[in-house]
Design a protein around this ligand. Structure first.
Ligand code: IMP
Ligand code: MG
Length: 173
């Protein structure tokens, strides 16, 4: 395992994003919607990096199997608890990879008529994009490598690492 982004780098960038989001939005609450499960850590730190009024909710959506590759199948596994009609909604995601998950989710959320709808993603792998996704706030652009930690998992493990690391393939002997 190799460290790509340290906890300090992640926290410093999130403070910048929080300050920028604070400035960009009009008065009134911002609805932060985290995509389960990976984005929970980012949501918790981003919300505390903001000084304005914030509401939080969670949505469950999965496009991946248990491994490192997409199953290509997208499904809603948990819906929001609250209505977002007329709200300023910021979807909080850990990483944008193919874009399949967010492209689908934005389509679903747009139909619920929020006042505004944007995405904040901690990580972006632009070289892997298959579907167009407009990400308003990006923490870090990273190369095409499989990363774990700070919410990101490999087969549900490693989410609790404070750094973001590259999971390297075991070397053939
Ligand atoms: P997309 O639909 O291909 O954009 O995939 C987005 C989802 O795939 C993310 O929410 C992650 O759960 C997962 N994912 C994509 N790349 C990685 C990675 O490098 N490490 C861990 N999970 C990833
Ligand atoms: Mg995810």
């Amino acid at each position: 395992m190799r460290v790509l982004l340290t906890a300090e780098q992640i926290q410093a960038r999130i403070r910048e994003l929080g300050a920028q989001i604070d400035q960009d939005y009009p008065d009134g609450p911002v609805y932060l919607i985290a995509i389960l499960k990976g984005a929970c850590f980012f949501l918790a730190d981003l919300a505390r990096a903001m000084t304005r009024s914030v509401r939080i909710d969670f949505i469950g959506i999965s496009s991946y199997g248990k491994g490192k590759t997409s199953s290509g199948e997208v499904k809603l596994t948990k819906d929001l608890d609250t209505s977002i009609e007329g709200a300023d909604v910021l979807v909080v995601e850990d990483i944008v990879d193919s874009g399949v998950t967010l492209n689908y989710l934005m389509h679903v959320l747009r139909q619920r008529r929020p006042h505004s709808l944007r995405i904040a993603a901690l990580l972006d792998k632009p070289s892997r994009r298959q579907r167009q996704v407009d990400v308003a706030y990006v923490g870090f652009q990273i190369p095409d490598e499989f990363v774990i930690g700070y919410g990101l998992d490999y087969a549900e493990n490693y989410r609790n690492l404070s750094d973001i690391c590259v999971l390297e393939e075991p070397k053939a002997s």
